[in-house]
Ligand binder design. Structure first.
Ligand SMILES: [Zn+2]
Length: 431
């Protein structure tokens, strides 16, 4: 049993130790504030503190951030992929660096946002130092384990998690033409006279062709074929500039949700304005739960719009326990420096919560729309990500849409990317 001595009470330190020794490298451990317990312990042990008092014990020098209870501006120094939170770059403190990344400390103190109010990757120490493809949290935790192994040979034993895959699909627009009000259908028909639509709306409306966003039978088949879990996030909002799904009152849409919920995981896709108009959470979650007949516990923000700590707090209030927005729309890479799920630490409360954060591995249209990549280039990028996540025993969580897997319009050729991604995960041994 590993014993960790913390001379001061520190919720932040305990949070980080729990993440390393319960989640990433699970092994028996205990945390004590009692010096005598620590001194008497005969197995592997270390002390985490600012000063090495009492001396002659296995000691990890704390950078001092984890003992604090408030938030202040930190300008980290990065050297050899290590994030130092103070000017002292002699002693690297892996625990405070892990905390800085997972808590999203910088998102509380760096004010710049994009036009949708989202924290920008350009503001992040990870992206500024081009470390976005390195799961830094897993790397630093691995360094801790390596040190412990040299201090206590043969006594640090753990079994790491099997890499897992969870295929996530956002339903922003369930159908391109079907089940919309007559006036919207009319607008789409008129527009189609000016554009050369591959599938003209009239053919879909009169049942001669399948709706181009209707990829559900295909997705159900892919889930059966691969055995991977699929998780669908449904947008259930009224129509506005950014929320363009068919009405949650529409019977056909409700039947679709019900059908998908029978063999797949489901979650809410809170609408664009939900972070500001928080009453929408309750409303949209209630609708989904009425349709599926189950409580709603998973959520991903539409446009990945969230701000800390407010959005996560609202989600917790509304019964959400799993959150899937931790990524950037415009960049691929690990926003929180990790490819493994972790519990959210509320910096303002200085306390851990029960909300589990599932980092997004990549989003389909980040490659196509933001990077301008073709399907081949994207497959290579996905391959690299799949290898990194596998090596780090993480969770591969791609973000797709019903309308991007259907080889339609600007997403012609992208079904192949989706399929190659799934077979790659299968071949590699993801579960
Ligand atoms: Zn969306």
């Amino acid at each position: 049993m590993l014993t960790i001595y913390l001379p001061e009470k520190s919720p932040r330190s305990i949070y980080v130790f729990n993440h390393i020794f319960s989640n990433l490298f699970p092994l028996p451990y205990s945390i004590t504030h009692d010096l005598q317990v620590f001194v008497n312990h005969t197995g592997p042990k270390f002390m985490y503190h600012k000063e090495n008092i009492p001396e002659n014990y296995f000691f990890w020098k704390s950078a001092g951030i984890l003992e604090e209870t408030t938030i202040h501006i930190i300008n980290p120094v990065v050297k050899n992929e290590l994030i130092y939170l103070t000017e002292d770059t002699e002693d690297f403190d892996p625990f405070s660096a892990i905390f800085y990344l997972l808590s999203r400390y910088e998102e509380y103190t760096r004010p710049h946002r994009d036009q949708h109010g989202r924290f920008l990757p350009e503001n992040s120490v990870i992206f500024q130092n081009r470390l976005e493809l390195i799961p830094l949290v897993e790397k630093y935790a691995g360094m801790v384990i390596t040190t412990l192994k040299t201090w206590f040979p043969g006594q640090i034993n753990y079994t790491r998690a099997v890499p897992k895959a969870l295929i996530t699909i956002d339903i922003d627009s369930a159908y391109a033409y079907l089940h919309k009000p007559w006036y919207r259908k009319q607008i789409l028909v008129i527009k189609s006279f000016f554009r050369k639509e591959e599938t003209p709306p009239l053919k879909v409306i009169y049942g001669k062709k399948k709706d181009p966003y209707d990829s559900y039978d295909y997705l159900i088949e892919m889930a059966e074929k691969t055995g991977f879990n699929f998780l669908y996030f449904f947008l259930l909002a009224g129509w506005n500039r950014y929320d363009k799904n068919i009405s949650p009152k529409n019977l056909k849409y409700r039947q679709l949700i019900k059908k998908l919920s029978q063999t797949n995981l489901t979650g809410i896709h809170p609408s664009y304005y939900s972070p500001e108009r928080t009453e929408l959470y309750k409303k949209e979650i209630r609708i989904l739960s009425e349709i599926t007949g189950r409580p709603v516990t998973a959520s991903r923000q539409h446009y990945l719009r969230f701000s800390l700590p407010f959005t996560y707090r609202e989600l917790i209030k509304n019964g959400i326990t799993e959150e899937y927005s931790m990524g950037y729309a415009g960049r691929s890479g690990f926003r929180a420096g990790t490819c493994s799920p972790f519990y959210w630490f509320d910096m303002e409360q200085n306390a851990v919560t029960d909300l589990k954060i599932f980092p997004v591995s990549y989003m389909d249209n980040t490659f196509s729309d933001y990077y301008g990549m073709n399907p081949e280039e994207s497959i290579n990028k996905i391959k690299t990500l799949a290898e990194i996540i596998y090596q780090n025993h993480g969770m591969f969580i791609p973000l797709w849409h019903n309308h991007t897997v259907n080889d339609y319009g600007p997403y012609k050729g992208w079904r192949k990317v989706f399929e190659e991604n799934l077979s790659l995960l299968k071949e590699m041994g993801y579960e």
